[in-house]
Design a protein around this ligand. Structure first.
Ligand code: 5CA
Ligand code: ZN
Length: 409
C-alpha cells in the first residue's frame, strides 16, 4: 500500500538530544540510543470510519518521536499497518450495505489526507493486513509446528504459555487480563481453549465472510495480533526500538504480539520500548468508533479549521495523559497559532537560540510537548512586546516549530 507524501523537515543548527521515553513494560523512563537507523512500528487504523481526534493525538505522539530522532541526525525506519480486514470493519460494511473492500479503501484514503494535512511524517512501509496474509500463514504454521499454537474446530490459537515473558508488556493480573480480553476482541469464554486468554492466530472461513488460502491452515483469515507481528518482523526484525499505539493496545494487542514474536524467534524482547498514548475523550467518554462520540479531523478541516491549529491543540496535552476534547481546546490553539504567526512574520526579533534548545530538551524528556509550547510562547510573548534586532530569529523559530513540532507557521 502507498503511504502519503512527506512534508519537508528543516535541518536545525546543532544536534538534538537522545530520547528518554516512558516504557509500559518496565514501567519507567528509559533512554533509547538507537543505531544510525532508529526502528519504530506504530499500529495503524482499522479503516471503517474516519480519523478522529483520538487517532490524531496518538499519531502525533509518534510523529514527535520521529522528529526527535531526525534531529539527532539519525534515519528513521517507520512501519505502520492498516487493519483492512477484521470483525469491526466487516460488521460496519454489512450494517451499511457497503462492500468491505470499498469501505476500507475509502477510509484509508481519507486517513492519508488527514495525516498529510496534519504534517505527520509517513511510514516507509504502509502495509495492509490483506497484503500481509502470504507472510502471516507461514508464521502461524511455524508456531503450530513448534507447539506454540493449537487447533480448535478449524481455528488456530496461540498458547500464551509458549512465551516465558508473557505478561511483561502490560503488567496486569490474570483477572484484569481476562476482562480486557473479553472487551477487546478476545474470546476468553470459548470452551476448549487451553488458556482463556489464548488469542486466535487464524480464523477458519465463516460463511459470507472473505477468506484466503491458508496452506495447511485451510481457508480463513488472520487474527489481529499476528498481523502486526508479521509486518513488524518482515520490515524491522526483532529488537526494534519502539512499538507504539494508544493505551488501549497495551493489552491484549501488544502483549500478545510480543509473545507471538518471542515464541517465534526465541529472542527477547520484540521491542526495546512499548510506548502508549493516553485516550482522548469527548463528553466524558473515550472517543471511539463503537460509541460514535467522535470529532473527525476531516470534518474540522471542512469547517475551515487550519490543520496547524488542530496540531497545536494535540500538542497542548502530554501524550501520556488522558484528556478531553472541547471547543476551548481548539479555540486556545487557534489563538496561539495567530500569536505565533504574528511573531515570526516580523522582519527581526529577539535571539532564538535558546528556544531551539528548550524545545529540544522538552521533547527529549518523554515528549513533553506542553513544555515545548511554553518555551515557544515565552519567546513569542517577548517578541510581540519588544524590539529585537536579530534578523535570523523569526526564521529560526519558524524552522524549529516546523522541524520539531510539525507545525507550519
Ligand atoms: N488497527 C488497530 C491497531 S493494529 C487499531 O487499534 N485501530 S484503531 O483504528 O482502533 O486505532 C488506531 C490507533 O488510534 C490505535 O493506536 C488506538 O490506540 C488509537 N486510538 C483509538 N481511539 C483513541 C482515542 N480515543 N484516543 C487516543 N488514541 C486512540
Ligand atoms: Zn497493531
Amino acid at each position: 500500500m502507498h503511504a502519503w507524501p512527506a512534508s519537508e523537515v528543516p535541518a536545525l543548527p546543532g544536534k538534538g538530544r537522545d530520547l528518554q521515553i516512558h516504557d509500559t513494560a518496565t514501567q519507567g523512563t528509559i533512554t533509547l540510543a538507537p543505531g544510525p537507523v532508529a526502528r519504530i512500528y506504530v499500529c495503524g487504523i482499522t479503516p471503517y470510519d474516519a480519523t478522529h481526534i483520538g487517532h490524531a493525538a496518538t499519531y502525533n505522539a509518534f510523529d514527535l518521536v520521529q522528529r526527535v530522532w531526525l534531529d539527532t541526525k539519525r534515519q528513521v525506519h517507520y512501519v505502520q499497518n492498516v487493519t483492512d480486514v477484521d470483525d469491526p470493519l466487516l460488521e460496519r460494511a454489512l450494517r451499511d450495505g457497503h462492500d468491505w473492500t470499498e469501505l476500507a479503501e475509502r477510509e484509508t484514503a481519507l486517513f492519508r489526507e488527514d495525516m498529510t494535512a496534519l504534517r505527520m511524517l509517513p511510514p516507509q512501509h504502509y502495509i495492509g493486513a490483506v497484503e500481509a496474509i502470504p507472510g502471516i500463514v507461514p508464521l502461524v504454521e511455524r508456531l503450530r509446528d513448534a507447539g506454540a499454537a493449537y487447533d480448535l474446530e478449524g481455528d488456530v490459537y496461540f498458547s500464551v504459555e509458549a512465551d516465558p515473558h508473557f505478561g511483561q508488556v502490560s503488567n496486569l493480573d490474570a483477572e484484569a487480563m481476562r476482562l480486557l480480553s473479553a472487551e477487546r476482541g478476545g474470546d476468553p469464554d470459548r470452551p476448549g481453549k487451553k488458556n482463556p486468554l489464548d488469542p486466535m492466530l487464524w480464523m477458519a472461513a465463516r460463511p459470507g465472510e472473505p477468506s484466503w488460502d491458508g496452506g495447511s491452515l485451510g481457508r480463513g483469515r488472520p487474527g489481529w495480533h499476528i498481523e502486526c507481528v508479521a509486518i513488524a518482523l518482515d520490515h524491522l526484525g526483532m529488537g526494534f526500538d519502539i512499538q507504539g499505539g494508544g493505551s488501549d493496545l497495551a493489552f491484549p494487542h501488544h502483549e500478545m504480539g510480543a509473545s507471538h514474536a518471542q515464541a517465534l524467534t526465541r529472542e527477547f524482547p520484540m521491542a526495546k520500548a512499548y510506548v502508549h498514548a493516553g485516550m482522548v475523550a469527548l463528553h466524558g467518554a473515550k472517543m471511539s468508533k463503537s460509541k460514535g462520540n467522535l470529532v473527525f479531523v476531516s470534518a474540522l478541516r471542512r469547517a475551515g479549521v487550519d490543520p496547524a491549529a488542530i496540531r497545536l491543540a494535540l500538542l497542548s496535552h502530554h501524550y501520556r495523559d488522558d484528556w478531553e476534547w472541547t471547543d476551548d481546546v481548539l479555540a486556545e490553539a487557534v489563538a496561539r497559532l495567530e500569536r505565533w504567526r504574528a511573531a515570526v512574520s516580523r522582519p527581526d526579533g529577539l535571539p532564538a537560540d535558546g528556544v531551539v534548545e528548550e524545545v529540544r530538551e522538552a521533547l527529549s524528556n518523554d515528549l513533553d510537548a506542553p513544555a515545548a509550547l511554553a518555551a515557544v510562547d515565552r519567546w513569542v510573548d517577548a517578541q510581540n512586546t519588544s524590539d529585537g534586532d536579530d534578523e535570523s530569529a523569526p526564521g529560526l523559530v519558524s524552522r524549529t516549530v516546523d522541524a520539531l513540532l510539525g507545525v507550519a507557521l
